[in-house]
Structure formats: C-alpha cells, structure tokens
Design a protein around this ligand. Structure first.
Ligand code: ZN
Length: 107
C-alpha cells in the first residue's frame, strides 16, 4: 500500500479521453474520464450508486453529456486533492490523491 510520501504526482495531464498521472514512485495511472465521473466521491453520487436502477427513468440531456464526460476544470484543493468541474455541471466531487491512485489500480 502506498503511503503519503510516495503518493505524490509528478505530473497530471489530460490524455485523450482520460487523465494520466505519473506518480513519484514510478507508477503511471491512466484514468478514463468516464470512470472518474462514475466514481465521483461526493455524497450525492454515493447515494445515487446505492439506489437500484430505475427502468422508467427518462434519458435527459445530462445523461447524454454523462456518456462522454469531460472535465472543464481541475481545481487543486490543498496538497492532497482535486475538485473536478464536469461538463454536465457537476462539481461537488473532491478527488483525493489517495482515491485517484486507488481508481488507477487494477481491481
Ligand atoms: Zn458527485
């Protein structure tokens, strides 16, 4: 398990349909935006993920945008996290470095 010292991104850049992070310990993570958006760590999304899928849900413009999520902005929050502003207007997800690292690891 990576500790706080090695969990430092040397670079973090947009790469095609995802985010590529080069970590100080030599690990490279590629995180597709779709995955990042789906795994948004905010309370609202956590709650959404607990709900059973609704077969009668109407497809909205937001869903269409969500099919190809793009971050509009990544705002550093202290030294340990980034807030991502998505093209669908969602901006309450704060992604800690620890979380980003975990998302990049094979399940
Ligand atoms: Zn969210």
């Amino acid at each position: 398990m990576a500790d706080g010292v090695t969990l430092k991104p040397l670079s973090l850049k947009r790469d095609g349909d995802g985010l590529t992070i080069h970590w100080a310990d030599g690990v490279v993570s590629h995180l597709p935006f779709r995955l990042l958006r789906k795994q948004c760590p905010c309370a609202t999304c956590n709650e959404e993920r607990q709900k059973p899928p609704d077969p009668f849900r109407i497809i909205t413009d937001k869903d269409i945008l969500a099919a190809s999520p793009q971050p509009k902005q990544m705002i550093p929050r202290g030294h340990y996290a980034y807030q991502i502003v998505w093209n669908d207007g969602h901006d309450t997800g704060i992604y800690t470095l620890e979380y980003l690292r975990k998302l990049g690891e094979p399940a």
